[in-house]
Design a protein around this ligand. Structure first.
Ligand code: SAM
Length: 298
């Protein structure tokens, strides 16, 4: 029984960090003419209202994307190198907010920055969320050029069975694994899925989102340790909006296998800006650790 609904959290600090990273990867893949595919194992609904009951109940977007949009409207986000990188994301979020008080989830972000010929495979297991995803995918298809395929299925199994991507899917591409971690098995399933997929699709870029929550630190360290080892090129970045606190999410991480070239440099430019914008009482911090950074084939 799945109870997590992303609509309560859409547009919070963790979404901003995750979606900016997805945008940077999509932009990197677009530098080559060849199309790419994108697998979203836990796609959610793709578009979220920021003025419905769920969003208003938690108020998470107020301290996240709404704050970011307000600062950018008042020109309080200065034009620095890091902010130049953030601007395309802000401008897409602003467009959606102004038109429909909505926030883009991971499928919408990738679809917005992708091109004709690129292909998105979106998986979602929740019986209600999948209906929202199907309806929103039709909207995204009308507004953007990439192809979108929606699957009502378990994303872990789906990813393993669909990789390496076979024609008509392009051979190059990337994955987002973004579970809610509402069941303890999610940590293990992520590690096992990533290792299985990397073994048969060694060039695929795999992004794992994970929460920073104090009472889950052992599971998170175990997950990281099982994926970060010498044979696999990895990049691990974290954004904390406060010091670790007893309850709740104080930050999040993105662990990326086969990161595109220069992604670590870009994150090092962006993350100080995010700390400044999203950090609470001056307590924000970030880290970026990469095994190496050299031109890659992806
Ligand atoms: N990736 C989305 C984004 O960034 O906009 C947010 C996804 S949300 C954190 C996790 C989603 O995974 C929820 O919509 C939940 O219903 C769904 N889910 C949970 N277990 C799943 C599974 N095994 N396979 C596919 N989807 C699952």
């Amino acid at each position: 029984m799945l109870s997590y609904r992303h609509g309560f959290h859409a547009g919070n600090h963790a979404d901003i960090f995750k979606h900016l990273t997805l945008m940077l990867i999509t932009q990197s893949l677009c530098k080559k003419e060849k199309p790419f595919c994108y697998f979203d194992t836990h796609a959610g609904a793709a578009l979220y209202s920021l003025d419905d009951e769920w969003a208003l109940q938690t108020g998470e977007a107020d301290k996240g994307i709404k704050k970011m949009l307000e600062l950018s409207a008042g020109d309080k986000i200065q034009t620095t190198a890091g902010n130049e990188l953030i601007l395309p994301y802000i401008s897409y979020c602003k467009k959606l907010y102004d038109e429909a008080v909505q926030y883009p989830g991971s499928p919408a972000i990738v679809s917005h920055f992708a091109r004709r010929g690129d292909q998105l495979v979106l998986m979602e297991l929740h019986n209600t969320e999948i209906e929202r995803l199907r309806a929103n995918a039709e909207i995204l298809k009308k507004e953007n050029a990439a192809d979108i395929h929606v699957h009502h299925r378990n994303g872990f199994e789906g990813l393993i069975s669909m990789t390496p991507p076979k024609p008509p899917l392009p051979a190059r591409g990337f994955v987002l694994i973004d579970p809610s971690y509402e069941t303890d098995s999610d940590y293990n399933d992520v590690a096992e899925t990533v290792l299985a997929v990397n073994k048969k699709w060694s060039t695929g870029i795999i992004c794992i989102w994970y929460p920073l929550i104090q009472n889950r630190s052992a599971e998170i360290e175990k997950l990281k340790a099982s994926v970060i080892y010498r044979d696999i090129k990895t990049l691990n970045a974290e954004l904390c909006v406060s010091k670790p606190k007893e309850r709740g999410l104080y930050g999040s991480g993105m662990l990326i296998i086969n990161p595109p070239w220069q992604l670590s440099d870009k994150l090092r430019q962006i993350l100080p800006q995010l700390v400044q914008i999203l950090g609470e009482q001056g307590e924000g911090s970030f880290s970026v650790e990469a095994t190496e950074d050299e031109p890659s084939s992806n």
